[in-house]
Design a binder for this molecule. Structure first.
Ligand code: IVH
Length: 673
């Protein structure tokens, strides 16, 4: 291919990637597999590696990887980013309507659009010639902070509009407003992962989203499951739609994710939607704190003006707060699969948003200490969407002296063995591998969907199996027979048969599912999958050394250590032995890899600082694809240190040891040889 053809290919790839990204992250309706998507990205990276001068900020390869900033600069908004007036009940909604209808008779004829009021963070996105060039926080409504690089990491944010080339042309200058947030399910997943790794969990989706967007290092933002919904045009060149319905349609056609909405012909319909909406608040995949009622006619809405920062043409109908106070009766402690102890609040039962809440999350023992939560305190508890209710804090003014400060347990509540604290983690662990609480959680994890997927074997049966002494580790599942199941309470032939069949079927699961199921600290579904690309059986994985593992992307020293430790533990070796005997020993499918030149074979590299054309991960992939090894620290075995801007202490160390130092261009040169 000549350069011109290569450049068209690059443009075609970018457009395809943007389109499939949109199908996946905006429409939630992908047309191609993840692997096919990855292939497109790899192909684009190859061209960009060859022609770094063609890399532009709106290339899909540039979503993550911008260097950290020292502080955020200020950006003036092109028009004020207004707030909204609130109505806390239907009477106040009617009062708002009457007020504006008295002001302007035309209001009596208007129709409305009602949208969810997303509890996230307002963001303002600037596009020039269809390219995302800048993004800001709301700030004080006049001036916000430049968080462009962080916003670029949000996959639902189109880097180029229209996403679909058949879509309408984007105005040359186009500024929109939306809400960035973390969906509830993603938030819970993030917290589960952190808890299992013994790290501090986040308190709620909104604060986590806010914190993530205000990270100085975009790589951190990229690691948080942020997404976006866009609902307003703030400024544009040329004509823009004059109704909210048409605005939404244009935004959608350009490829923006747009919130759900209900069209209402009259204020009576609006009121009906508000009443119904409050009942349905838990059905949204994200936290909402109300509904936004918008006059569909945006010209009229604009003419109505505003009261201070609140436009008259729109109103927030706020749902009743889902925060209540109640008494903290006691603090219970759960033992997780990895032995992590997590405290939870046992509450005087209280109704929050139509649900009786008896327990709530207390995050971790440090949280209890920091907030000085005492047993017997009145505590503020919040429930939102499907988020597990959590304690916000105590109300110390309401203490009467009977409250008792809390002491974390020194022994495991399930097995009474002493608990341990690992350096650098917030969590306390029960390290007794025979702890029944851990065994139950371990089995629950082993049979779960992301692991061996043993259908029908739920937590209740798991507990029965452990209590009856039928199962002492995960391998014992494969030694169960119908007869022993039939001795358990509530089992008839059919149920026993089904469970045995489901266990049998799980023998066919791929290696990655089994690795996930083992419950190795820090090894979830994604990493398990990655591991099977490097190790084709449990034998191979068991032989891996700390440094073999650290060479794999996504595996840091802690996870590498935890994998090595797991395989060295005699109790685990026994389980593996049993699994092998029972024939549960899958092998990974060998992937056909196109033969690449292996110009870096036999060489070990360390990368430091920010490279111009590659992120750290991309540099690692680049080196590994050409047969090189990447290590995380400089030693006498290092052949080359690849240095970018702002290198760290590795640079000094390499100089000390006389390791050869090259930059990105030098690396590419080596690769050509
Ligand atoms: S419209 C003039 N629509 O709620 C238009 N705002 O107190 C005013 N919000 O921080 C905003 N979802 O960012 C609008 N569907 C939605 C919204 C929404 C959430 C936020 C908004 C602002 C707050 C208003």
């Amino acid at each position: 291919m000549n350069d011109q053809e290569l450049y068209s290919r690059l443009q075609e790839l970018r457009q395809k990637i943007n389109y499939h990204n949109f199908r996946y992250h905006v429409l939630d309706d992908p047309e191609i597999s993840d692997a096919e998507f990855d292939q497109l990205l790899v192909a684009l990276r190859e061209i960009e590696n060859e022609h770094p001068e063609w890399i532009t900020p709106d290339s899909p390869t540039q979503r993550a990887g911008a260097p950290p900033v020292e502080k955020f600069t200020k950006i003036a908004h092109p028009a004020p980013i207004l707030s909204l007036g609130n109505a806390f009940n239907i009477t106040e909604v009617k009062a708002w309507y009457e007020r504006i209808a008295r002001l302007d008779e035309r209001v009596r004829q208007v129709d409305f659009v009602v949208e969810p009021k997303i509890d996230g963070l307002t963001v303002v996105l600037h596009y020039r010639q269809g390219v995302f060039v800048q993004g800001a926080t709301r700030g004080d409504g006049e001036i916000g902070e430049d968080i462009t690089h962080n916003l670029r990491t949000i996959r639902a944010l189109p880097l180029r509009i229209p996403v679909n080339p058949q879509g309408p042309a984007a105005p040359a200058y186009f500024v929109v407003r939306g809400e960035a947030f973390i969906p509830i399910a993603e938030f819970e997943k993030l917290n589960r992962r952190l808890a299992e790794a013994g790290e501090r969990t986040y308190q709620n989706p909104r604060n986590t989203a806010a914190g993530s967007l205000r990270q100085l290092d975009p790589a951190l933002t990229a690691s948080r499951p942020l997404t976006l919904l866009v609902y307003q045009i703030v400024a544009a060149d040329g004509d823009i739609p004059t109704t909210q319905i048409a605005t939404r349609q244009l935004l959608k056609d350009l490829g923006f994710p747009v919130p759900a909405a209900t069209y209402c012909q009259s204020i009576d319909e609006v009121i009906q939607v508000c009443i119904e909406g409050e009942k349905k608040r838990d059905t949204y995949p994200y936290e909402i704190d109300g509904l936004v009622i918008k006059i569909n006619d945006l010209i009229l809405a604009n003419e109505l003006g505003s009261v201070g920062k609140d436009p008259r043409g729109a109103l927030a109908f706020k749902f009743a707060a889902q925060e209540v106070t109640t008494r903290l009766l006691d603090i219970g402690v759960n033992v997780g699969r990895t032995g992590v102890l997590t405290p939870y609040a046992i509450l005087d039962p209280v109704e929050i948003g139509g649900v009786i809440v008896r327990q709530a999350t207390l995050h971790n023992f440090d949280f209890i200490e920091e907030k000085d939560i005492r047993i017997g305190d009145r505590v503020l508890v919040k429930r939102a969407g499907d988020v597990i209710p959590y304690v916000i804090g105590p109300i110390p003014e309401l203490r009467d002296g009977s409250q008792i400060p809390y002491q974390p347990p020194s022994t495991c509540p399930a097995c009474n063995q002493p608990v341990e604290h690992l350096e650098g983690e917030v969590a306390w662990y029960c390290v007794n591998s025979a702890c029944p609480a851990q065994l139950i959680r371990n089995l629950e994890h082993f049979v779960s969907r992301g692991a061996m997927d043993i259908v029908g074997l739920g937590i209740k049966i798991v507990i029965q199996l452990v209590e009856a002494g039928l199962v002492k580790d995960v391998a014992d599942l494969y030694a169960l027979d119908q007869e022993s199941l039939l001795k358990l309470e509530g089992f008839a032939t059919k149920k026993a048969e089904n469970i045995i069949d489901a266990i049998e079927a799980s023998r066919q699961r791929p290696l990655a599912s089994l690795i996930t199921g083992l419950g190795i600290h820090g090894v979830g579904e994604v990493l398990a999958q990655d591991l099977t690309r490097h190790f084709r059986s449990l034998d191979e994985l068991a032989r891996a050394t700390q440094s073999d593992l650290e060479n794999i992307e996504g595996v840091g020293p802690n996870i590498a250590r935890s994998i090595v430790d797991w395989f060295q533990n005699p109790a685990n070796q026994k389980v593996l032995q049993k699994l092998r005997t029972f024939g549960v020993w899958p092998q990974a499918q060998v992937e056909e890899k196109p033969l690449q030149n292996q110009s870096l074979a036999g060489l070990t590299f360390v990368v430091t600082g920010t490279l111009a054309g590659l992120t750290r991960d991309e540099a690692r992939e680049f080196i590994q694809a050409l047969g090189g090894k990447v290590s995380s620290s400089v030693s006498s075995k290092t052949d080359y240190l690849v240095v970018g801007e702002n290198p760290g202490s590795k640079f000094d160390r390499a100089q000390e040891l006389g390791v050869k130092i090259i930059d990105e261009a030098g690396l590419r040169e080596l690769a050509q040889k």
